[in-house]
Design a protein around this ligand. Structure first.
Ligand code: MEV
Length: 431
């Protein structure tokens, strides 16, 4: 294989980068114009999208959808979701509608404290650090006042700090842990700036003794938690399936939730169903869904075993589901004000506070989770998926309306596969 290394790619103009990529593909219709075709013709939007990252050659599109009627604490939201996975929005919407007819989702508790750490080594007696912990942390908190002042005016800032030793890693290793309140911003930049300044301060105060290894926020946010809940009478579950009674469905759902709580194999997939909804809301609102994912899965493991993030309870005639999840997200800062659709999303939700967005995202996560588990214990997941899968295959085959209609009817009770749909479409065309 020849040397494929490209030098100074970042220095090329966007057109040169597009030309480079196009010549890598041996498909004659993929050229600069093809790649450019996905970039908005609106100059302002084009700049907003392409400048979010480096080495951009095109713009990658995903559906921007709405899950209507998500009721949280009595307020109805029509929630924007961005996902490529068919059925996620339809399932969340159907579930949200059902729960809106039963009082919607309620917020049980919420907290928003975020954490960050400075790892440092100490050459000298470790007692110098442990015996003087409060003095060191107070000094560092004072030192970064110029940076924290404006956040304090908005109601946030540094809440507290402490130092722990980490002898299991290395005898002279310490961790400065800082707790932050960042109000309506996710606060990653603010937190990391504070931590780096604290690290620099530590090295300056204790020159020759303290040496910083790294300073970074933690995506493990067990104090930035939201719990949402929904409940209905057992009998009202009957509306969700024609074949079994409300009581039978409640029992099946409860067992499925209990399996997810006990079996990490199932818990992982169960939690993925929650994140299907949450990630889609976070992407739509310009939030860092990777951070939420990382935090959620650590939280799911906090008992020592990976468990489900949501629970189900069955008491007398009351069926309830709840979800507790860490969500370090924001409604100001980040790309929320840069990405036109993220800005629209936040506007559509009525410019919520970060806390309010946490509750909306968690409610959509629980709605998605409920919809998935309900399908699993009744019709199976493939029925809904296959409907969308068929539609996607028909789109990729660029069929006309007549063929689409015929195929929808034909595949109602048949197995959908690309080859079967292609053969059917060709047959319709041939007749
Ligand atoms: C698929 O994206 C999500 C599900 O697997 C979730 C679940 O199994 O609960 C259907």
């Amino acid at each position: 294989m020849t040397n494929n290394i490209v030098n100074s790619f970042s220095k090329l103009t966007i057109k040169e980068k597009q030309a480079f990529v196009a010549q890598l593909i041996s498909q004659s219709d993929i050229d600069i114009n093809w790649l450019q075709g996905f970039i908005s013709t609106n100059k302002q939007f084009a700049e907003a999208f392409t400048e979010l990252s480096e080495n951009t050659v095109s713009s990658y599109h995903l559906p921007y959808s709405i899950a209507p009627n998500v009721m949280v604490n009595g307020k109805v939201y029509h929630v924007p979701m961005v996902t490529e996975e068919s059925s996620v929005v339809a399932a969340a919407a159907a579930s949200a509608k059902f729960w809106s007819q039963h009082g919607g989702f309620t917020v049980e508790s919420i907290s928003t404290v975020k954490l960050g750490h400075v790892y440092f080594t100490w050459s000298g007696s470790s007692h110098e650090v442990t015996n003087n912990q409060k003095g060191i942390t107070d000094t560092l908190i004072d030192l970064i006042k110029p940076t924290t002042q404006s956040m304090e005016k908005r109601g946030g800032g540094v809440l507290s700090a402490s130092i722990e030793s980490l002898p299991a890693v290395q005898p002279n290793l310490f961790r400065l842990s800082v707790r932050f309140e960042t109000v309506d911003s996710m606060g990653a930049n603010f937190i990391n700036t504070c931590l780096e300044e604290m690290g620099n301060g530590l090295e300056a105060l204790f020159a020759g003794k303290a040496q910083v290894v790294m300073a970074i926020l933690s995506n493990n946010t067990p104090e930035c938690l939201v719990t949402v809940k929904a409940k209905c009478s057992v009998s009202s579950l009957a509306a969700l399936n024609q074949d079994i009674s409300g009581e039978q469905l409640a029992q099946k759902l409860k067992l499925a939730f209990d399996i997810a709580n006990a079996d990490p194999y199932r818990a992982t997939t169960h939690n993925k169903g929650i994140m299907n909804g949450i990630d889609a809301v976070l992407i739509a609102t310009g939030n860092d869904f990777r951070a939420a994912e990382a935090g959620a899965h650590t939280y799911a493991s906090s008992s020592g075993t990976y468990r489900s993030l949501s629970q189900c309870q069955l008491q007398n005639d009351t069926f309830s589901i709840s979800l507790t999840i860490p969500l370090a997200i924001g409604t100001v800062g980040g790309i929320t004000n840069i990405h036109p659709l993220a800005k629209l999303s936040v506007g559509l939700l009525g410019n919520p506070s970060a806390k309010e967005l946490m509750t909306i995202a968690a409610a959509v996560g629980l709605a998605s989770n409920f919809a998935a588990v309900k399908s699993l214990v009744t019709t199976g997941i493939q029925k809904g998926h296959m409907k969308m899968h068929l539609s996607n295959i028909l789109s990729s085959l660029a069929v006309d309306d007549k063929t689409r209609e015929a195929a929808t009817l034909h595949f109602q009770n048949r197995t959908v596969s690309y080859s079967a749909v292609k053969a059917f479409a060709e047959n319709v065309k041939g007749n």
